[in-house]
Design a protein around this ligand. Structure first.
Ligand code: UDX
Length: 456
């Protein structure tokens, strides 16, 4: 609730009629936050079930603090959910496009939904409109939106296309929206710049005003750089594993250099989620299309993938053959505080373990239902209600997501319940020395092994 409470004094002077297209993570958060700031918001989605649920305050995904904000906007009457894109466009001055841009087989972003939206906006241009890209899109998408609107519009009303990429993180989305490090405004006119600055005026942050192409690249470059940082430290974790050094200490010392910074240097099983994997792919693709072969990013992707393979190897190193071994998995979502399973590293790890013939008991505080859809419900994978249920009779306990509640676990009880006390920590959450003292064998990522019952 903290982020919501802190945001309530952030009201706009000039209210805008805003349409947000897409009630996904970015769109729904933006819509609820714009309403909280005092704007009049219509949030449109073409999924009837989703819109009907939102009208009853049932959210399509878990995001801390979002539900009360949606409820408040709905009750106040300045947050409306609708299926009718045409009507919403006609009623609005500013249109934020926050539809999905999923990856295609060749790595490029699928921009079909954006193209479709641009056509409907053009056909419903009944006054000046500012069309703003909020979804992450490849550079030059703004140019294509503009051409599409010119192609389909039937009158002389003017319009602008702008890019205003969103940097919010799942699980911290409301906080990130109200307290951004900066707001990127890619525009072609002073009018568009003024409107966007007005909309965000209650937020005390820096505005970075650029052209549209530059704003589009800022988003891809930022996400790709963060992914690069993660893969860099994961590569260092491999060297640490080989040399018997401690990657967490390396990262902490590196991060103290202000030029490097401490964030995004947490080694583990790699990045997942709907942004980094897709954005790295799409950036490689668009760079190639423009004439640049982004080999660095290809290696970032490669390190990320092999980090998962390496994790399974760590289990095999300890348990040798996995056939009929009982393995407990704690954490499935791609990161804590979300039920999002998209491109979660756990998917590849669970599938590899199943392929090796292991029997799994899996637990996640929020992602159980999403995980069940992706991983299936076979007799070799059992979804359980608590970590203690997961570890009963198991030969190994793996942590794949660093949920806070795992830090409070009673490891004495866990040791009693397991048939062999082995922990493989994919997120370096725990103090291996402490666990080893309790009688566990502990393996982290790029950490010296803590083996109690070492075989000579
Ligand atoms: C990311 C960007 O941070 C955000 O700015 C953008 O708008 C959307 O993409 P998000 O996908 O929600 O946000 O998650 P983030 O917190 O950035 O983490 C991404 C992945 O990287 C997670 O799987 C996380 O576990 C992993 N990660 C992050 C690491 O493995 N190590 C780190 O040090 C940081």
């Amino acid at each position: 609730m903290a982020a919501v409470e802190r945001s309530t004094n952030k009201k706009v002077k000039n209210k805008y009629k805003i349409c947000v297209i897409g009630a996904g993570h970015v769109g729904l958060v933006a819509a609820a936050c714009f309403a909280e700031m005092g704007h009049e918001v219509i949030c449109v989605d073409n999924d009837k079930k989703r819109v009907d649920s939102l009208k009853k305050n049932i959210l399509p995904f878990y995001e801390p603090d979002l539900e009360p904000l949606v409820e408040k906007g709905r009750k106040q009457g300045n947050l409306i959910f609708s299926l009718s894109l045409a009507e919403a466009v006609r009623k609005s001055e500013v249109i934020f496009i926050a539809v999905g841009t999923p990856p295609q087989a060749d790595g490029s972003a699928d921009l079909t939904s954006i193209g479709e939206v641009a056509r409907v906006v053009a056909q419903n241009l009944n006054s000046y409109k500012l069309i703003v890209e909020k979804s992450t899109v490849p550079v030059q998408t703004g140019r294509n939106i503009k051409q599409t609107v010119i192609h389909y519009k039937k009158n002389s009303y003017s319009f602008d296309v702008a890019s205003n990429p969103e940097f919010l993180r799942e699980g911290k989305a409301i906080h990130d929206f109200f307290y951004p490090d900066r707001i990127i405004i890619g525009v072609e006119s002073e009018k568009a710049e003024k409107i966007l600055k007005d909309i965000y005026s209650p937020l005390s942050t820096k505005f970075i005003v650029t052209d549209v192409n530059t704003a589009e690249i800022i988003k891809h470059a930022s996400n790709s750089f963060l992914a690069t940082k993660i893969s860099f430290i994961n590569a260092i974790s491999r060297i640490c594993d080989l040399a018997g050094a401690d990657v967490d200490k390396v990262a902490a010392a590196m991060g103290m250099d202000k030029r490097i910074g401490k964030d995004f240097l947490q080694a583990g099983i790699g990045y997942g989620g709907f942004c980094f994997p897709k954005d790295v792919e799409a950036f490689i693709y668009i760079a190639k299309k423009l004439g640049y072969d982004f080999d660095l990013l290809k290696e970032v992707k490669n390190i990320n993938q092999t980090q998962r393979v390496n994790f399974v190897e760590k289990i095999k190193e300890q348990l040798w053959l996995l056939k009929d071994k009982n393995i407990a998995i704690c954490g499935l979502s791609f990161k804590p505080d979300t039920d999002d399973m998209r491109f979660a590293p756990s998917i590849d790890i669970v599938n590899s373990l199943l392929k090796e013939g292991a029997a799994l008991k899996v637990y996640d505080p929020q992602a159980k239902e999403e995980a069940r859809k992706i991983l299936g419900d076979t007799n070799r994978i059992k979804f359980v209600k608590s970590p203690y249920e997961a570890v009963r009779g198991c030969d190994c306990l793996c942590f794949l997501t660093e949920w806070e509640e795992f830090k409070e676990l009673d490891f004495t009880k866990i040791k009693r319940l397991m048939s062999y006390p082995l922990i493989i920590d994919g997120r370096n959450m725990f103090d291996g020395t402490g666990l080893c003292k309790l009688g566990f064998d502990y393996i982290g990522i790029g950490k010296p092994k803590k083996i109690k019952a070492k075989v000579a």
